[in-house]
Design a protein around this ligand. Structure first.
Ligand SMILES: Nc1ncnc2c1ncn2[C@@H]1O[C@H](COP(=O)(O)OP(=O)(O)O)[C@@H](O)[C@H]1O
Ligand SMILES: [Mg+2]
Length: 502
């Protein structure tokens, strides 16, 4: 085989955002004709290094070479025109202009005749481009706002492809695409390879990465851990590279310790408008009680009802001292916490800072000694700092908006918000949904520590492995009823649970 030609070289690159070190001496090479995957946890630096190569921002230090020449693109438009195009993780189109105007945004001068932009020519060029890519459900003169999310991503892909990039960078695009859209994207990536051009592909889905990429480069905390060639792919190896330890053994708990007989939370024949009819449940001290089932089985309603979020038509939820939980204020006052399945709408104030979100559960705790409702700034700051540190929430500052964080770090903020007030009972509804392995592992460890400290956890989950891996007892629900109750034993299998779900 001839030696491969190097297309891009990144040399000793650093990027700082305030105190955050996003890239810490990153060096790697990309050869021609290769689909290279960049993989790593949220916040490991994948978008940062890609966007620097694509001219969206300069590095703090370090250099690049593209086709053997120094490469320091001053803008994305420049990079696009000279051979490196990127489909960004966020939405990259403007809704109120047409598909054609989006595709040629910033390059309108190409169609200038005298002082006037020849729109008809722009439309024709767009039609030709879409046709060439086999895109039939998008029209050149359509305003982008009429398109759905998937079609908008396809417009971005087309926009990139117009310039026939030698390096196409695809940053977390496939999650926005359905199967059809993905196939389309994969075919474009394969064509790049066949034409001796290259791709940098970023996705959260390890299976997808292993399938589509010729090699995988792993980033962790802004450092390149290594590159694995397709022949050597091994999921546990790659995961270990991503989080720096073998996770198979300690991903889930591996003990069979029981829990106390003491009932700390009880649902007595609770009935809701929909979903539940005379439903009973007991949660014990030091227990992780798992509830699984299909998404409509009523398990999410159980979680909401226990936290006082559902109106009960009949029955009651009580704590061990008899306190009735019928609204969230009583629940919180009695040291209960709830992590909603709908994190962004129910668990977080997205327009508030990390600080404000975590501190929101501490008003009673962080009060000034004297009379009145004043909050001690010192206490509140410590209350928040401890969680940011303990949970390794990756943020440049706790005063930043929580919306600037990755999904995994947002979820850590939600956990922090409930751990800070030392909650005795935690209701977790799909707590690890959409977070990557590192954050998942951290959450499992946290749940286990809480259990060991005598706290009680209700884990509602759509992932059977997680239920089996973490629960002391598992309930499987169907049509609002418990169909199966299993204790934590070595014989607990997914197959067994599935039988009762469907
Ligand atoms: N514009 C920015 N301002 C401040 N911090 C940023 C910015 N962009 C990225 N970061 C931080 O840099 C780190 C790497 O981020 P990023 O490259 O987006 O990671 P990835 O794409 O691997 O999830 C993270 O800690 C992130 O919070
Ligand atoms: Mg990213």
């Amino acid at each position: 085989m001839p030696t491969k030609e190097v297309l891009l070289e990144v040399q000793n690159m650093y990027k700082n955002f305030g105190a955050t070190v996003a890239l810490n001496n990153v060096s790697f090479t990309l050869n021609r004709g290769v689909v290279c995957g960049l993989i790593g946890e949220n916040g490991s630096g994948k978008s940062t290094v890609s966007s620097i190569a694509a001219g969206m921002q300069p590095p703090t230090k370090g250099s690049m070479k593209f086709k053997g020449e120094p490469w320091a693109p001053p803008s994305m438009l420049y990079a696009e025109k000279h051979g490196i195009g990127m489909i960004v993780q966020e939405a990259g189109t403007i809704p109120n202009i047409t598909v054609a105007e989006n595709i040629f945004l910033g390059h309108e001068a190409m169609f200038k005749q005298g002082p006037i932009i020849n729109r008809a020519k722009m439309m024709a060029a767009t039609r030709e481009l879409l046709e060439g890519l086999g895109i039939t459900n998008i029209q050149a003169d359509q305003p982008v706002r009429e398109l759905d999310m998937q079609q908008r991503k396809v417009v971005e892909i087309a926009k990139c492809m117009y310039w026939k990039p030698e390096i196409l960078i695809v940053d977390e695009t496939s999650t926005a695409l359905s199967q059809d859209g993905r196939e389309f994207l994969y075919s474009i990536m394969a064509a790049q390879r066949d034409n001796n051009r290259s791709v940098i592909f970023i996705s959260h889905d390890l299976d997808e990465m292993m399938e589509q990429c010729d090699e995988l480069t792993v980033l962790r905390d802004g450092v390149i851990i290594g590159t694995v060639q397709k022949a050597d792919y091994e999921p546990s190896l790659i995961r270990r590279m991503m989080i720096g330890r073998e996770i198979q053994g300690n991903y889930y708990r591996d003990d069979f310790d029981g829990y106390s007989d003491e009932v700390v939370l009880k649902a007595d024949c609770i009935t809701t408008m929909e979903d539940l009819l005379c439903f009973d449940l007991e949660l014990h001290k030091g227990e992780i009680l798992g509830i699984g089932g299909l998404s409509q089985c009523g398990m999410h309603t159980v979680g909401r009802a226990l936290f006082g979020l559902e109106k009960l038509v009949d029955g009651k939820v009580t704590l061990k001292d008899g306190t009735k939980i019928n609204n969230t204020r009583t629940a919180i006052k009695n040291r209960m916490g709830y992590v909603s399945k709908n994190r962004d709408t129910e668990s977080l104030g997205l327009s508030a800072s990390i600080m404000e979100n975590i501190a929101s559960t501490g008003y009673d705790i962080n009060r000034w000694h004297g009379p009145g409702p004043l909050i001690s700034n010192r206490k509140e700051k410590d209350y928040v700092d401890e969680q940011v540190k303990e949970l390794s929430i990756k943020c440049a500052s706790k005063y930043h908006n929580v919306n600037t964080l990755s999904g995994g770090n947002k979820q850590k903020v939600v956990f922090g918000k409930w751990i800070a007030p030392d909650s005795e009972i935690l209701i977790l509804d799909c707590p690890t949904r959409g977070v990557d392995v590192g954050v998942k592992a951290a959450m499992y460890q946290l749940m286990y520590r809480m259990k060991k400290a005598g706290k009680s956890i209700l884990l509602i989950s759509e992932e059977l492995q997680e239920l089996i891996g973490m629960s002391d007892r598992v309930l499987i629900m169907k049509d609002g009823e418990v169909r199966l109750e299993m204790m934590r034993t070595e014989g607990l299998t997914e197959q067994k649970l599935i039988e009762y779900m469907i």
